[in-house]
Write a protein that binds this ligand. Structure first.
Ligand code: 13P
Length: 253
């Protein structure tokens, strides 16, 4: 039984006042806390403010949006998984399409980052997803297969991949208000589970959580979560407002 995970990706948004407001307003029932995991991934500069503001809410785990694969060294502007761990992080997003698109990250980079996060004891949330152009050219399956193979399954020999999380985020649904239908999302999340199962075996694939991301809102979360291979959400815009994020985390079964 996979526990649902709802992670908020604040991207390059927010400030200290916003963190305090969010933490103040975020209230969720004990029942939800017991059956769903939740995380917020703010910009690095807001992490200590987050930890102070959300001290009384340890059920909201802290996450990062990126990490380097080395543990230390002359990599100006980068942060290592060990540093994130020390800053209180539980998880870290890697391979987000915005990093692939604007910062030239490829599957091999993402795989190195995933390995480094696992080595540091963090939960990697590995993102994959096709562009509209790729979908319309009938290449969705090929793109997802290549990304999952290169980003995740290149580490099949590690033997500890059950803890990772894979996020399917169709690029055309990010920040566009255009959510994939629950059937479209299920089709790809099912494909990802099959790819994982073929290489890692059914037991590992059944343990790995697969999230959907792309215009997730309080009013579409229940429908997405009704699908067998969707185990949660990676939420951008709607995670910046406590009331919206509460609505998503508290979706009706
Ligand atoms: P939106 O929820 O704003 O579409 O963003 C999705 C996303 O990129 C989360 O990582």
């Amino acid at each position: 039984m996979r526990m649902p995970l709802i992670a908020g990706n604040w991207k390059m948004n927010g400030d200290v006042a916003g963190v305090e407001k969010f933490a103040d307003e975020f209230e969720i029932s004990q029942d939800i806390i017991e059956k769903r995991q939740m995380a917020i991934c703010p910009p690095l500069t807001l992490m200590s403010a987050w930890r102070a503001a959300a001290e009384s809410k340890p059920h909201i785990k802290l996450g990062a949006q990126n990490a380097h694969w080395k543990s230390s060294g002359a990599y100006t502007g980068e942060v290592s998984p060990g540093m994130l761990k020390e800053a209180g992080c539980w998880c870290c997003i890697v391979g987000h399409s915005e990093r692939r698109q604007y910062f030239g990250e490829n599957d091999a980079d993402v795989n190195k980052k995933m390995n480094a996060l696992l080595d540091a004891g963090l939960v990697p949330i590995v993102c994959v997803g096709e562009t509209l152009e790729e979908r319309e050219a009938g290449k969705m399956e090929q793109v997802i297969t290549t990304q999952v193979s290169g980003s995740v399954l290149a580490s099949a020999d590690r033997g500890d991949l059950s803890v990772i999380v894979v996020a399917y985020e169709p690029v055309w649904a990010i920040g566009t208000g255009k959510t994939a239908t629950s059937d479209q999302a299920q089709e790809v999340c099912g494909l990802i589970r099959k790819l994982l199962s073929d290489k890692l075996g059914a037991a590992s694939a059944d343990a790995i959580r697969i999230l959907y991301g792309g215009s997730v809102k309080p009013d579409n979360m229940s429908e997405l979560m009704s699908k067998p291979d969707i185990d949660g959400g990676l939420v951008g815009g709607a995670s910046l407002k406590a009331s919206d994020f509460m609505g998503i985390v508290g979706y009706k079964e």
